[in-house]
Ligand binder design. Sequence first.
Ligand SMILES: NC(=O)c1ccc[n+]([C@@H]2O[C@H](COP(=O)([O-])OP(=O)(O)OC[C@H]3O[C@@H](n4cnc5c(N)ncnc54)[C@H](OP(=O)(O)O)[C@@H]3O)[C@@H](O)[C@H]2O)c1
Length: 209
Amino acid sequence: MVMSIDGAYSVAGRSAGLSSTADHELFLAHRNGADAILVGAATARTERYRRPRPDPEAAQRRSARSQSPTPLLVIVSKSLDLGRDTPLLQGEPPNPILAHPATSDTAMAPEGLELLEAGRSEVDLHALLAELARRGVNRVACEGGPALLGQLARADLIDEYLVTLAPRLAGGQDVGLLGGLSTPTRDYRLHAVLRDGDHMMCSYRRIRA
Ligand SMILES: NC(=O)c1ccc[n+]([C@@H]2O[C@H](COP(=O)([O-])OP(=O)(O)OC[C@H]3O[C@@H](n4cnc5c(N)ncnc54)[C@H](OP(=O)(O)O)[C@@H]3O)[C@@H](O)[C@H]2O)c1
């Protein structure tokens, strides 16, 4: 996640105004290291998500680590409405997974995505991650947005938290990387810091008793 120094996660509705070249490279590196990418449907819609496509070198590094050449994209949604013109329908397999609760109207789902039921009225993130683990997916990179990240934090499912501080006051209402959700207090230790000009990229790891 990237945020302004006043805690905003978007500028004019998008995160692009906060990122930097190095932040984007780091984003890609983490994405390419993951077995799966997890994202909330609002972010997939707003940021016009596409299927991940690692460059040949990254795909080779993945194969050397016995990972599939491409990380699996998993989108969490209740509405199953990604928009008629979603770019997610185009591109090479594997098809993205649309994780949804039992109460979702599956007729709303676009064809060409795999449906995965997890939970009754909301996607149960523990159940979803357990099912992904059964499929050999162990390292999951969540790319937000805050509504989804807040639920992961509430369920204590965030082992490593990566945040870039953008040197900007952005104001507005889109503030708080956990979407304003009440979560129990959790402790993390600073694992690594990178500086790119005035951007600062930090990795925090969960302290578990
Ligand atoms: N600064 C950054 O690094 C960063 C990163 C990512 C996103 N963003 C920004 O964040 C904003 C979007 O984030 P957001 O917090 O509004 O939304 P979000 O977390 O991306 O997505 C929320 C949506 O995900 C689905 N969802 C989440 N949890 C669910 C659950 N347990 N069960 C079923 N469905 C669930 C629902 O989709 P349906 O509506 O389809 O039911 C819900 O409306 C955008 O402005 C984006 O640009 C910023």
